[in-house]
Design a protein around this ligand. Structure first.
Ligand code: G
Ligand code: G
Ligand code: NA
Ligand code: MN
Length: 248
């Protein structure tokens, strides 16, 4: 509970900040987008992973406060980079399942775009499969409303839930992110590569852009290019960094 109070304070005292991980187009090799990944620099405990504090925030309304902060801060930063540096970069922001229940989510997204001038098509909202499973029809309604704002939608961690294919049938999405557990080993295992190849073929058949997550080696990158994957991210291409480091 101490940590929950600390987290509440952190939002207002600048301890939370977005790291940005490059997303690379596999045809051109260009960085075409960045994924915002929230970081917490705690004054006493140092860096705390979002894998710890996001689940904590999800236990209460705090996730909506964090989510709003991330949306506003990152759209502002990206809009500035685009206008002042002429960078043609898109932004990917993770949404937590609880944010889909928040009646303020849609106005908050609309407001972030209007305030910063970031074009809606330059923003992709990423939702995990497991989030979509929970209250499937309510989530679908919110996603449809978000998409009608002109933003793009991605299904994140694809393949790790137990209704991956059902989600693809049901929802209108733009991007499919192959979970990194499927990328690990594609250079060594024919079966692993064949599974990724099939996911890419299926995604393309329903007009989704495919992003491979967790690319850690040049060999994995080569195979993904051969398989026709559209975009990739991972430590081999770039770790999540503060904007000042990534865009110095
Ligand atoms: O950056 P990485 O370290 O460690 O992130 C861990 C987890 O936290 C990932 O599942 C990632 O999607 C999630 N995460 C990171 N930033 C955000 C955010 O701004 N919002 C939400 N909902 N999840 C995030
Ligand atoms: O759940 P989501 O896909 O949003 O979270 C991305 C997570 O994966 C973050 O924690 C990010 O730091 C991490 N990540 C990004 N690239 C790599 C990578 O190449 N290898 C590993 N192990 N983790 C990565
Ligand atoms: Na993500
Ligand atoms: Mn993922």
């Amino acid at each position: 509970l101490r940590m929950e109070q600390d987290l509440r304070d952190a939002v207002h005292s600048g301890q939370l900040w977005p790291a940005y991980q490059p997303v690379v187009d596999l045809r051109t090799g260009d960085m075409v987008a960045v994924e915002a990944l929230l970081r917490w620099t705690h004054p006493k405990h140092g860096e705390i992973s979002p894998a710890e504090f996001i689940p904590l925030a999800e236990e209460s309304e705090l996730i909506n406060v964090l989510g709003k902060f991330v949306l506003h801060d990152t759209t502002r930063e990206l809009a500035t980079l685009r206008s002042e540096r002429g960078l043609d970069l898109s932004l990917k922001v993770n949404l937590s399942v609880r944010q889909l229940d928040d009646p303020h989510l849609i106005p908050a997204v609309r407001d972030a775009l209007a305030t910063t001038g970031l074009p809606p098509s330059a923003l992709t909202l990423e939702v995990t499969e497991s989030a979509l499973m929970r209250d499937a029809s309510a989530a679908a309604e919110v996603l449809t409303a978000l998409r009608s704002l002109g933003v793009l939608l991605a299904i994140d961690d694809f393949g790790t839930g137990y209704s991956s294919l059902a989600q693809l049938r049901r929802l209108t999405l733009d991007t499919l992110k192959i979970d990194r557990s499927f990328i690990t080993g594609i250079a060594e295992s024919h079966n692993a590569a064949a599974i990724v190849s099939s996911i890419i073929a299926m995604a393309h058949a329903v007009n989704l852009t495919v992003v491979a997550e967790g690319v850690e080696t040049p060999e994995e990158l080569t195979i993904l290019k051969e398989l026709g994957c559209d975009q990739a991210q991972g430590y081999h291409l770039g770790k999540p960094l503060a904007a000042t480091e990534l865009f110095h």
